[in-house]
Write a protein that binds this ligand. Structure first.
Ligand SMILES: [Zn+2]
Length: 251
């Protein structure tokens, strides 16, 4: 029996009726997207991202928060999907219905690569939503428009980025679908996430408890490594295409 992690991982993925990917910032590193902490450079070097990405920050200085998100959105809109995003999207093309992608990323790069089965646990940079807890209005962001303060056309409350801020709950419908996918999947492929953030990291426990194989791709060791059937301490763009591509070609 082989103990080569690449062989093991490819066999597991090849046999899976349902593959779930669970990704974090490391999936987008090779697209040139700075991590959240590194996002405060240049003009923004004197601001604390954790304060800007919060209801308190928004209440304290709405314009500042909107402008910060505007600059992040502009930078991310110009970043290309990398080979890992593309391999995931191609897998879905070849095997529709056999992959669900849960992501903590708000960068939309999986969708831009062509993936459509994406559950965004932390929301998206490319939509705004109403800040009122009693209103569910959402709208896409016009990337060509200058950054402006917008009020909700339905209720008049301020519009804000449709992302999850510090201290906020994950969107419950997305969370429920993610939990269900992890209960059903045969393989959970964890990509570029430290496994440190709960409740999201608890999805790995859920999948494992329901009999799934777990494969982890992350440059650094993670607290979840001991749960995995195969672990790769390498960048996503270097490993993920090799895990998925042959199955794509086999169609
Ligand atoms: Zn509203």
């Amino acid at each position: 029996m082989t103990t080569d992690p690449l062989t093991i991982a490819r066999e597991k993925i090849g046999c899976a009726d349902l593959l779930v990917t669970f990704s974090g910032a490391g999936l987008s590193t090779e697209s040139g997207i700075p991590t959240f902490r590194d996002a405060s450079t240049g003009l923004w070097a004197n601001y604390d991202p954790a304060k800007l990405a919060s209801q308190e920050g928004f209440q304290a200085d709405r314009r500042l928060v909107i402008e910060w998100y505007g600059s992040r959105r502009k930078m991310i809109a110009e970043a290309p999907p990398n080979p890992a995003h593309i391999a995931i999207a191609d897998f879905e093309t070849w095997h529709p219905g056999r992959i669900v992608n849960i992501t903590q990323n708000i960068d939309g790069l999986l969708q831009r690569a062509g993936a459509s089965s994406v559950l965004e646990l932390h929301g998206t940079l490319f939509e705004d939503r109403c800040n009122s807890p009693h209103c569910s209005h959402r709208q896409p962001v016009d990337l060509d428009e200058e950054v402006v303060l917008v009020d909700c056309p339905r209720c008049g409350a301020p519009m804000r980025p449709a992302v999850v801020w510090f201290g906020e709950m994950l969107p419950q419908d997305v969370w429920r679908q993610s939990d269900q996918a992890c209960r059903r999947c045969d393989v959970l492929l964890v990509i570029g996430t430290s496994g440190a953030v709960y409740p999201a990291a608890g999805l790995v426990d859920v999948a494992k408890a329901h009999g799934a194989s777990v494969i982890i791709v992350n440059p650094e060791p993670t607290p979840l490594d001991h749960l995995a059937d195969a672990v790769f301490h390498e960048p996503a763009a270097r490993i993920v295409p090799g895990l998925l591509e042959d199955h794509n070609a086999a169609g």
